[in-house]
Design a binder for this molecule. Structure first.
Ligand code: DAK
Length: 261
């Protein structure tokens, strides 16, 4: 891969968008590489994925303006569809995905962070949807996802005004769940990933499914899904071990995600 670094340690994946000279802007090559890598991750047993940007200045400063500038309308539509697809692939990953936002997360970069389940940012992070100032609109699902995390009026204010917000404001509107000093960001995010990875994977993946379904399905349908997934947890050795360990007043063995024998 030209613009992605991907490493896995202890079933935690770290995916770094590595194009620091352009503040990790998403050109078609980055989008294609992301699509390929995310497809592979979707089929893996990874417990948690962290996405970040290379360098100390930017998570992702948006879609690549230089590449977009001269696109014909049909090319622009193709570019948008490919990018949109990648954001949906990330959102649909079965394991939790954390965006470690280490600087600018603008336009498509803010949208990429929004396609992750959690956003933890550094104190120097800056978020914004500058698209209307460029003659376009945010097109990677950012408006819809921002409405869901921050509410309609905050989302519309950000998108209408194209005003950047800093980390503290992002925290206050619920766009991020934690703000961390820049030098500690990756350590803290990896600790959170480790904590998630230590839990039973069937339970963790079920939480993601129910949480996401609660946005689109009726509450009655989410109860049905919840019951179905609850039942499936009882097919796993982790459920047996977790409950036995509690009753026997001991620490549970590491969870494996394996089916019961
Ligand atoms: N695209 C291309 N290159 C970029 C870039 C970007 N988005 N952001 C930064 N760069 C490049 C700069 O051109 C510069 O390159 P050189 O001149 O060194 O070759 C290098 O990165 C360093 O940037 P600066 O010199 O500008 O650094 P500063 O610290 O002065 O400023 C900045 C940092 C982040 C404030 C500034 O770079 C900036 O404003 N960047 C643009 C941010 C932005 O407007 N982002 C939104 C892009 S539009 C859609 C789908 C998606 C989208 C829209 C529609 N559909 C499906 C319909 C998404 C649109 C966008 O994301």
């Amino acid at each position: 891969m030209q613009y992605l670094n991907y490493e896995v340690q202890n079933e935690i994946g770290l995916l770094t968008i590595n194009r620091p000279n352009a503040l990790n802007a998403l050109n078609s090559q980055v989008i294609a590489e992301l699509s390929e890598q995310v497809k592979e991750i979707a089929d893996s047993s990874l417990r948690c994925l962290v996405i970040t940007g290379a360098g100390s200045k930017a998570f992702v400063a948006g879609a690549d303006i230089a590449e977009m500038k001269d696109l014909a309308a049909q090319q622009a539509q193709d570019f948008s569809e490919e990018g949109n697809q990648v954001m949906k692939q990330i959102e649909a990953l079965p394991m939790p995905v954390i965006a470690a936002v280490n600087g600018y997360a603008l336009g498509g970069g803010c949208e990429l962070a929004l396609s992750c389940d959690l956003r933890i940012c550094s104190e120097n992070a800056v978020f914004g949807l500058p698209e209307v100032g460029l003659g376009i609109l945010p097109g990677y699902g950012g408006i819809q996802r921002l409405v869901r995390v921050a509410g309609l009026s905050q989302a519309m204010e950000m998108a209408f005004t194209a005003r950047n917000i800093i980390a503290g404001e992002a925290l206050s509107i619920g766009l991020v769940s934690q703000v961390i000093p820049a030098e500690e960001l990756m350590e803290k995010v990896m600790k959170m990933a480790e904590r998630i990875a230590a839990n039973a994977p069937a339970g963790v993946r079920a939480v993601k499914k129910v949480a996401q379904a609660s946005i689109g399905l009726s509450i009655e349908d989410t109860y049905l899904l919840e019951s179905e997934l609850f039942g499936k947890c009882f097919l796993t050795a982790d459920q047996e071990e977790g409950m036995s360990a509690f009753l026997e007043k001991r620490k549970h063995a590491p969870y494996t995600g394996q089916k019961k024998m």
